[in-house]
Design a protein around this ligand. Structure first.
Ligand code: FAD
Length: 332
């Protein structure tokens, strides 16, 4: 019997021709969903000078790649990218469409969802099919996990951060079909990316750091925050944060760990002055050792970690920094 379900889609992302890990992880996950649904995996990849990159997408599990490969697409262009994806989706009628929760994906996904008049669940931490083959899009909420479904509209759209799903083993023997895409001529280009200037990260990148120090509201003020930052520096750790630290302006959004931020998997995680809310904790995947410093012995964070220190971080951290420095001197 012919399967009437549309394909499952991943909108892949690349920077300077390098496919992002999250795109490969999403392909790995939709491969499983597609196999359960009995349909195919299709990937849309837009950019320039991408002839070599499609093989990686097939190796990760794609059956077909729609490739927009021209200088006009070299940088992410919101209106142009949206137009291409929307028109193709109208034609191909995908059942599911996944996009990485990256800076680009967070903008592109709602633009596409609005044009296709469908639902979108942001920052999912799991995706499974229910008994009716509807996609359960799971997000942390109310202290647990909430499953969101989009039973009628198609595609079922979700964004997912890097690290939520594992990177699939690449099967270099897999191949597939490449379908070249044309750039439509008449597109409103009210917003155009002319140039991309990259900031050099100030510290070790969060995602690959062996040690992560994360600060929260308990820092109290900028002075308290600077002490947490100093702790990260002496440990040669990456500095992460919770939402309140971003809201207070102590830390940049790009350093927020959690459901709507980064995913980290360090050997050592030290959470300072934070309560261990699920939306933050889901961002710490497979940390080997977790430590929390909190002045409230009843704080739920202590249920999440291996070692807990009950103290005022504003007093404890400066002492800890001195001790670490002394230890480091002795070892030289
Ligand atoms: C849809 C959605 C998505 C979200 N996504 C994220 C996300 O990606 N990442 C994220 O972090 N949050 C996210 N949040 C917010 C999240 O729910 C929590 O509000 C946030 O993580 C709490 O941050 P916190 O632990 O720093 O602050 P609080 O919960 O206020 O905890 C502060 C802690 O500091 C302790 N403390 C106070 N003073 C001191 C002191 N002097 N010394 C030591 N400890 C002290 C307190 O005992 C308390 O436990 C999201 C929320 C929603 C609704």
């Amino acid at each position: 019997m012919k399967n009437t379900l549309g394909p499952v889609w991943v909108i892949a992302e690349q920077i300077d021709g390098r496919i992002l890990a999250v795109s490969l992880q999403l392909i790995g996950q939709v491969r499983k969903l597609a196999d359960e649904l009995g349909t195919s995996v299709e990937v849309v990849l837009l950019g320039d000078k991408l002839d070599e990159q499609t093989q990686q997408l097939f190796a990760a599990g794609a059956d077909r790649v729609y490739l927009g490969n021209t200088p006009d697409l070299a940088f992410y262009q919101p209106e142009l990218y949206t137009e291409i994806i929307v028109e193709l989706a109208k034609e191909r009628q995908p059942e599911i469409m996944l996009i990485g929760s990256t800076t680009t994906g967070r903008e592109l996904a709602p633009l596409v969802a609005a044009r296709l008049a469908t639902g979108l669940t942001a920052h999912c931490i799991d995706l499974v099919l229910d008994e009716n083959q509807i996609l359960e899009q799971r997000v942390p909420a109310y202290g647990g996990l909430l499953s969101i479904i989009c039973p009628e509209k198609r595609p079922q759209m979700a964004t997912v951060a890097r690290g939520v799903f594992p990177t699939p083993e690449l099967d270099e023997n897999r191949t597939g079909e490449i379908v070249p895409l044309d750039v439509p001529e008449e597109i409103p280009r009210r917003i155009q990316t002319l140039e991309v200037v990259r900031e050099e990260p100030e510290s070790v990148p969060l995602e690959s750091a062996p040690i992560v120090v994360a600060g929260g509201a308990g820092a109290g003020d900028l002075e308290g925050w600077c002490k947490i930052a100093e702790l990260a520096k002496v440990l040669n750790a990456a500095l992460g944060c919770t939402r309140p630290a971003v809201d207070e302006g102590w830390a940049g959004l790009e350093t927020m760990i959690g459901q709507s931020g980064r995913m980290v998997s360090p050997e050592l995680y030290i959470g300072v002055g934070l309560s261990g809310e699920l939306q933050h904790i889901v961002g710490i995947a497979d940390a080997q050792v977790m430590v929390a410093i909190n002045n409230d012995p009843q704080s739920p964070v202590f249920e999440q970690v291996d070692y807990g220190i009950v103290d005022d971080c504003r007093e404890f951290i400066p002492v800890l920094i001195e001790k670490i420095k002394e230890y480091q001197k002795e070892r030289v």
